[in-house]
Each structure stands twice: as C-alpha cells, then as structure tokens.
Design a protein around this ligand. Structure first.
Ligand code: ZN
Length: 352
C-alpha cells in the first residue's frame, strides 16, 4: 500500500516509516489531513501557474480557494488547449526542461500533437512513485523485461529501470515490439529468465497469443510470475488472454503522460487503483454538464497536478471514463479508489 509513502510526501505531522503502513496511526494521517494539505497545494499550483504562464494567467482568476467546491467552479483545461496553446502552459525556462513527450492521437484537431514538458525534478517524482508503487509487485532479485516504446533519457522505460534498480530488480529494456518481434520477445523471456513483464496490455496479450501459436506458452508460464500492465487502457479481454495462457498474476498501474506517467497503483484486494494523491488531485465530472458527480457515479476524470514544475495541469479533462469507488477499501488504504478506467481516447503512437 502506498499510504505511508503518500503520507510522508504530504508531510504528515510525524515522521512515518515509509515502508510500513502499520506504523501510520489514523490520527497522524487521515482523509482530513490529506485533503487539507491538498487544498494548500492546489492554491500553491494555481498561484505558481498564474505567475509563470500567460495561458493560466488568462484562464484562472487571481484568488485563493478555501474549499474543493470553490475549486470545482474554476474553468477546465482541455487536450485541445494542450495541442493549441501547450507552449504557453510551460512555467519554466527552456534550459530547465529535462524531457518533452510528444503524443499523436487518432482524434484531435488537424493532427496537432500534444507536447508535455517535464523538468528533472518532475521526472524524479515519477521515479519515486514507480519505486513505491512497485514495492508490492516485485522483490529484490527479480528480473523484469520492459516493453514500452523508447529508451531515451526520461522515457517510461528508463524511469522504470531507475525505479526498479532502487529496489534491486534488474530490468532490461526490450522496447516496443512490432508483431514480427514477438518471437524474439518470447525467446528472450525464456533465455533471460524474466519473471516480471512490464508493458502495454494489448502488446503483452498479443505476445501471449503468439507464444501459444509457437508452442512456447507453457514454458513462459513456468517463468513469468506476474505482468505489470501500464501505459494505456486495460481491457478485460487482454487480462483474460494473459492469465489463460501464462497463468500469472496481473498487476496494474494507472496513468497517462499528462499525470506524469504515474497516477494510481492497482489494489490487489479491491481491484481498481489507489490514486497518487500526494501529486495529483482527481475530480470526476458529468462530461455533458461539467459538474462534479458524487463518488460511485461514473463520469470523466479531471486531474490537477499538485507539484509539477515544467507544465502543470489544472482541472485538465483527461477523457478517461471511470468512477471513484465509495466507502473504505478492504485493503485498508485511505487513498481514493478508482475503478478500472472504462474507455480512453486512443493514442496512436509515441513520437519520442
Ligand atoms: Zn484497496
């Protein structure tokens, strides 16, 4: 569970042991403390974004908010804003940027890409999230094969490799395999004895299907203990395919480029994801009216980054459809519990 780490990121009132949830006493970290700190961070990011970016100065009023309801009265930002005015949303100098991710989508205006900017400090927060999010998915000595696109500095594969190395898991970046590479991936899983496979759900499901046709599924099933699905929409069908052919556990992480690649960690007890609430403030809205919906009701996820330096997002409409599961989770986490996302506008490719 990520609670102890989130608590320490939010400066919970007493030092907590980052690896041991049992040590967190409810009076030291609870929803009230978490939400009070989130409100402070929301005011902080509003102030910062207005000061540093012409786009945000124009869009958001110069006032402090005192409640989440007041925050929900503020305007949205949209993927369309990001495509058309992304550069005006950047809050740092060009020399402070560590990475730019360019995303082409199948929908969107005139094929304009979305570009998302990160400073090295932004990327470090993502590595820290992956590190703590993966603590329950892998153990020291594991061997992980990474199947996301790219291996340039700051790419998802490289950030994951850094996070895994902090927990003494050896990671190898294969990169994003094309269908003609599925044989090579299958052979590499066997020859490299990789017990954790990390990548996009549809890709891993396709490799599992290939391995069955090639007569390698049973052999791989004997090696792979779990797959970690991340980086895109997880379909029930992909999970079913992977489990049926490789008989392995399926772990999930939720996130998108705009949320800093991380976003939430799969809950083994209650399904869905517990959200990264020290870095992200999530709302669920009725996509037609733009009004907040109560927990338990499905709607569109809206996200605000609480600490992002290079390109903060404020009330950003993600297009993802899901709901916050009401009530306490059986696992004991107090972090918001998001049901598995039901649909997402598809991303065609990563350019870099
Ligand atoms: Zn849970």
């Amino acid at each position: 569970m990520m609670d102890s780490w989130v608590a320490s990121c939010l400066g919970a009132p007493e030092p907590v042991n980052r690896d041991d949830l049992e040590r967190i006493r409810p009076e030291l970290f609870n929803r009230e403390i978490l939400e009070k700190r989130q409100l402070e961070l929301l005011n902080g990011i509003l102030c910062y974004a207005r000061e540093k970016s012409s786009f945000y100065r124009e869009r958001f009023p110069d006032k402090q908010i005192t409640t989440f309801a007041e925050f929900a009265d503020l305007p949205f930002t949209t993927p369309e804003d990001l495509r058309r005015r992304g550069y005006e949303m950047v809050c740092t100098g060009a020399d402070e940027i560590g990475r730019i991710v360019t995303l082409m989508e199948t929908s969107g205006s005139e094929g304009l890409p979305k570009r998302v900017y990160f400073t090295p400090a932004d990327q470090e927060r993502t590595v820290d999230f992956f590190h703590h999010g993966m603590l329950e998915f892998a153990v020291p000595g594991d061997r992980a094969l990474l199947l996301f696109p790219g291996n340039s500095p700051g790419s998802l594969n490289v950030l994951l490799t850094e996070a895994l190395s902090r927990m003494e898991v050896k990671a190898r970046i294969f990169g994003f395999p094309k269908p003609e590479d599925y044989g090579r991936v299958s052979e590499e899983i066997v020859s490299g004895n990789f017990n954790r496979i990390v990548g996009p759900p549809f890709t891993i499901a396709a490799i599992a299907e290939y391995s069955e046709k090639a007569g390698m599924a049973e052999k791989i099933a004997g090696i792979v203990e779990s797959v970690l699905l991340a980086g895109s929409f997880v379909s029930e069908q992909d999970c079913e395919t992977i489990q049926r052919l490789w008989h392995c556990r399926i772990d999930e992480e939720y996130g998108m480029t705009e949320t800093g690649l991380g976003g939430g960690v799969g809950c083994k007890t209650g399904g869905g994801y517990h959200l990264w609430e020290s870095d992200l403030y999530y709302e669920v809205i009725d996509p037609d009216t733009g009004l907040l919906v109560p927990d338990g009701t499905c709607g569109e996820l809206v996200v605000t980054t609480l600490n992002r330096q290079a390109m903060p997002f404020i009330r950003y409409r993600t297009g993802d459809r899901s709901r916050i599961l009401p009530g306490p989770c059986a696992c004991g986490s107090i972090l918001k519990h998001l049901e598995r996302v039901q649909s997402r506008p598809s991303v065609k490719k990563y350019l870099r």
